[in-house]
Design a protein around this ligand. Structure first.
Ligand code: SF4
Length: 360
């Protein structure tokens, strides 16, 4: 039986933080002679990483592998303070593409630790965002991955509220349901638990999960596009299962689609997966009755380029008059840096990826 219909989740794919990081690295590729270095995968998507590697970007897991004076970008997941310091040593040109929503969690952890709190951090062991965040105050933070970890904590304090002051923070890309079980248990054990007014679970994660929840129960199968090391992609697959879809398939791209999908197929993509991969998956599914778009909200969030990059581009323009000779997103022969940076809001990272691919 062929695929009858595809239901496309909206929003899906690139979030504002990923847009910012990809566009920033694309600028680095244009401005500097290769190699440009990047600490960790700029975003967790193999196709994006491959495209940048083809342009001479070298991804490293240790900043000591980056030569003194070399251009270096720090990934969207956020880096440990000692990594940022080490990166900035030895005259490297460092641009930090950390998502501002990750920076928010770093700040919350720093402040709570300074005030003497024990901070419970809900995240995935070994994930780059979790590693970078916990390194902000390692002596004050404990990692929780499941509700049972709350019970296992060797902290004084019971339901009467006695014991240390405790705060609860989270990795931005958790699934809401993953988070909810832990927060309930932590509130039971620590009634005076401090939590930020605004949830650490980011809007992009929440919106993509909400869109998927709305369609999962109507589908014979759901295809989630994204890498297996992308936390929000894995969370999406879990959401589809939890919300009633009998078959959930995670794929890196269309070539990994199973041949036996049929009926109504939902399609979504993690926050680091390019829309071109979605287009290719839908084309391969070839639904006989067409495509339905299931939107829960329209995202208008925008994160401007990292401040170091803005400074760098301004410096280049002022000192060298170089910018006009560098082909870039929105750059034309008469486009001064101010105009280019203003155009950044309407420049899509997907288009930028296509442009750098065309550079050969
Ligand atoms: S998923 Fe959320 S926290 Fe992560 S880069 Fe995107 S907007 Fe930022």
């Amino acid at each position: 039986m062929p695929v009858e219909r595809v239901i496309l989740a909206e929003p899906r794919g690139f979030c504002a933080g990923v847009e910012k990081a990809i566009k920033a690295l694309a600028w680095m590729v244009r401005v500097f002679e290769p190699p440009v270095y990047c600490y960790h995968e700029i975003v967790h998507n193999r196709h994006v990483v491959d495209q940048f590697e083809a342009q001479g970007v070298v991804f490293v897991d240790d900043v000591s592998d980056v030569p003194p004076g070399a251009p270096l970008m720090l990934s969207a997941h956020g880096s440990a303070p000692e990594v940022v310091d080490a990166a900035r040593a030895d005259g490297r040109v460092v641009v930090d593409a950390v998502c501002p929503l990750v920076t928010k969690v770093h700040h919350e952890l720093k402040v709570r630790a300074r005030k003497g709190y024990t901070v419970l951090y809900v995240g995935h062991h070994g994930h780059e965002e979790a590693v970078g965040t916990m390194a902000v105050a390692p002596a004050s933070v404990r990692l929780l991955e499941r509700a049972a970890d709350v019970d296992a904590l060797d902290l004084p304090g019971g339901a009467d509220g006695s014991g240390p002051e405790v705060a609860l923070l989270a990795q931005t890309t958790l699934s809401h349901d993953e988070w909810a079980g832990i927060v309930d248990r932590a509130r039971e054990r620590f009634p005076d638990l401090w939590m930020p007014n605004r949830s650490d679970l980011c809007f992009a994660t929440t919106n993509r999960q909400a869109a998927l929840k709305a369609l999962a129960g109507r589908c014979d199968a759901v295809v989630v596009i994204g890498s297996d090391n992308s936390s929000n992609t894995v969370a999406l697959a879990q959401v589809a299962e939890d919300f009633g879809c009998p078959r959930v398939v995670r794929v890196n791209d269309a070539s990994e689609l199973p041949d036996d999908l049929s009926g109504t197929v939902g399609v979504t993509a993690g926050a680091s997966a390019p829309e071109a991969l979605v287009d290719a998956v839908v084309a391969r599914l070839a639904p006989v009755s067409g495509i339905e778009r299931a939107a829960v909200t329209v995202e208008e969030e925008y994160f401007p380029p990292p401040p170091e990059l803005r400074e760098l581009l301004r410096g280049l323009e002022a000192a060298l008059g170089l910018l006009n000779s560098v082909p870039g997103p929105g750059a034309t022969a008469d486009a001064p840096v101010r105009r280019v940076l203003a155009d950044d809001r309407t420049t899509a990272a997907a288009d930028v990826l296509e442009q750098i691919a065309a550079l050969g």
